[in-house]
Every structure is written in structure tokens, then in C-alpha cells.
Design a protein around this ligand. Structure first.
Ligand code: DP6
Length: 326
């Protein structure tokens, strides 16, 4: 056993994963499709140390505690039982973007942790197996394993993983992210999923997903932003409708979120090709082609309440790197 380090990018879903058919196996209520974000990274080093009594986990310079610690340990347990080892591990992970703000940090976190832990334990997995493993840590993490644009489908443990539908170079799509809040969200998405079936809108959204997915897949193939963007926006609003009408209700939006939504709509009426989506948080992802990215960024920066803007094209899949964090 040795030390291993992996880098992963979070992903932004064009068709979302919201609700699970199996909570333990993280099997989703519907297939989803996303783009990895090259400009945002999580880097994670893992070393199994036979002498260690408990796992030691440091995230962004602080010891992990509570639920985030438990989730990492549970994932290390999966790797230990897969490989047949008992040694505890030392894990150090760092994000270069704010975690817990709807920027899908769990997707890159569990993709990077899966690859680093598997390699540190001396095993190699093919891409589907690694994607399945990452899924058990956090559903959306399975989509950060392949590169570029990825589709997560399948309805059993063995068949539920993500595969690439287009490489990162296929289309110069840019995600221009308006950060309107940095605080940690109160209800994380992994707790929110279980509330989805309590919403009267959940089944209606699930019924609409296959049509959106088909249009988005074709739209990616044809590099048709209007097709991808209109379905992406419809699904994001449907998902937030489900969240808002769950019992208890989840409301991730702030007044600044709504300001950005209104601004993006008015820019589109002016003829700009820009569409939005949001994860389980208040920050707004604005999708456009590279020719419009600078103008979108400039306009977002001028909006009151926008604290920062991140800009990212399509990213790679999870990959090993030769340097370590400790
Ligand atoms: C709103 O992958 O964070 O970002 O599987 O419980 O870890 P767990 O949930 P998670 O859910 C992501 C939900 C989302 C939509 C999406 O990325 O598809």
C-alpha cells in the first residue's frame, strides 16, 4: 500500500438528479446528465497506515467532523472491503472553490476520494467500476469520473454509473457562475433527496425528464444551445419547485438568486444566448457559448448582490497526479 493523490472536477447537471429509488445504494429516481467544470478542482491524497487507530480526515485545512467525517469513513470502508484490508487511512483534501454552496463539491470530493483511495490500496478499477464506487459516496460523484459531458443511467447497483456522451473538446460551452452566497447550506442535497416524494410535483417532474433528456442529448450532439438551455432551465425550475413544495419545504433561493434569474431572462430577450440552472443552493450557473462568456461575466459582476463570478469550460474526468498533499 502506498500514498495516492487524485484530482477531480465537480459537475453541473443539465438534467438533474433529485430523489432516489434506493437511499443506501444512491440509485437515482431518474437519469441525469452533466458537464464537468475544468476551472474548479478537488485534490485528495489518501494513505492507508497500518498503525493508525482511526481514520484521520482533513478538508480544506480543518479536521472533518460530524456528517462529512462519517461519509468519508463510510467510503473508506467500501474501499477496504473491496480490497480486503483493515488499515485506517490518512486523508487530506482541498477544494479551490467554496464548498457547500450549491457548487456540487460532493461530486468532485467523492470522485477524487474514490480514485485516490483505490490507488492507495493498490487496486485499479475500470471507469464504470470507479464511477459506481463514487456513486455510493455521493450520487452526483459518479458523473465526475468520465471526462467532458456525462450521462448517469441504470437502475441497479451493477448498472448505475456514468459514461461519457461527448468529450470536453466537443463544444465550447462555458458555465459562468454567479456567487450570491458563501454560507454553508442548511439542508444538504443528500438529506433533501428523501423529501422529494413528499412533493406533489415530484411525479410530474419525473414524467417530464425523459423528454428533456432526449432533447439535451441531441442538443449536445448538435451543439444547439437553445435546445440544451431551454430544457436545462425548465428542469432546474422544476427541481426547485419540487424542493419548495416538499414537506418540509426547502427554499435555497435568496433575493439575489431571483435578481440573477430575472436578469438572465431579460438578457435573453435582448438576444443573448444564456440559460441558467441551480443546484441545491442559491448560486446561479449561467450557461453560454464561449463567444458570450466575457459579456455574461461582465453583466453578472455588475449586478447588485453578486459577490463573485467563476468561469469554467468543460473539464476532464478524475485523474491521478504524481504529487501529494502530505
Ligand atoms: C441538486 O449527489 O449531492 O446537485 O447522492 O445524496 O450525495 P447524494 O446527493 P448529491 O445530489 C446532487 C443533487 C443536485 C442535482 C445534480 O447534481 O444532479
Amino acid at each position: 500500500m502506498s500514498k495516492a493523490t487524485a484530482v477531480a472536477n465537480p459537475n453541473i447537471a443539465f438534467v438533474k438528479y433529485w430523489g432516489k429509488s434506493d437511499e443506501t445504494l444512491n440509485l437515482p429516481a431518474n437519469p441525469s446528465l452533466s458537464m464537468n467544470l475544468a476551472a474548479l478542482t478537488t485534490i485528495t491524497t489518501v494513505e492507508f497506515r497500518p498503525g493508525l487507530r482511526v481514520d484521520a480526515v482533513t478538508i480544506d485545512g480543518r479536521p472533518a467532523v460530524g456528517e462529512s467525517f462519517d461519509r468519508v469513513v463510510a467510503h473508506l470502508d467500501r474501499v477496504r472491503s473491496l480490497v480486503g484490508i483493515t488499515a485506517r487511512a490518512c486523508v487530506v483534501s482541498r477544494n479551490d472553490f467554496p464548498a457547500g454552496t450549491g457548487l456540487a463539491s460532493s461530486s468532485s470530493a467523492f470522485a477524487a476520494l474514490s480514485l485516490a483511495a483505490i490507488r492507495a490500496a493498490g487496486l485499479d478499477l475500470d471507469e464504470p467500476a470507479l464511477s459506481r464506487l463514487a456513486r455510493l459516496g455521493s450520487g452526483s460523484a459518479c458523473r465526475s469520473v468520465p471526462a467532458g459531458f456525462t450521462l448517469w443511467e441504470g437502475d441497479s447497483d451493477g448498472t448505475s454509473f456514468a459514461r461519457q456522451v461527448a468529450g470536453r473538446g466537443h463544444w465550447d460551452l462555458i458555465d459562468v457562475i454567479a456567487i450570491v452566497a458563501y454560507q454553508h447550506k442548511r439542508v444538504g442535497s443528500n438529506n433533501g433527496h428523501s423529501l422529494a416524494p413528499t412533493s406533489p410535483l415530484h411525479e410530474a417532474r419525473l414524467a417530464a425528464v425523459p423528454g428533456w433528456l432526449k432533447t439535451v442529448l441531441r442538443g449536445i450532439q448538435d451543439r444547439n444551445l437553445d435546445a440544451v438551455g431551454s430544457c436545462m432551465e425548465a428542469d432546474a425550475l422544476a427541481m426547485h419547485g419540487v424542493m419548495m413544495t416538499s414537506v418540509p419545504s426547502l427554499l435555497y433561493w435568496t433575493p439575489e438568486t431571483v435578481s440573477v434569474l430575472q436578469a438572465v431572462r431579460s438578457w435573453r430577450e435582448e438576444g443573448m444566448g444564456v440559460y441558467l440552472t441551480l443546484d441545491a443552493g442559491p448560486n446561479v450557473h449561467c450557461l453560454c457559448e464561449s463567444a458570450d462568456a466575457l459579456e455574461t461575466e461582465k453583466r453578472l459582476r455588475n449586478l447588485a448582490g453578486v459577490q463573485d463570478v467563476l468561469v469554467s469550460g468543460a473539464g476532464d474526468g478524475v485523474r491521478p497526479v504524481a504529487y501529494h498533499l502530505f
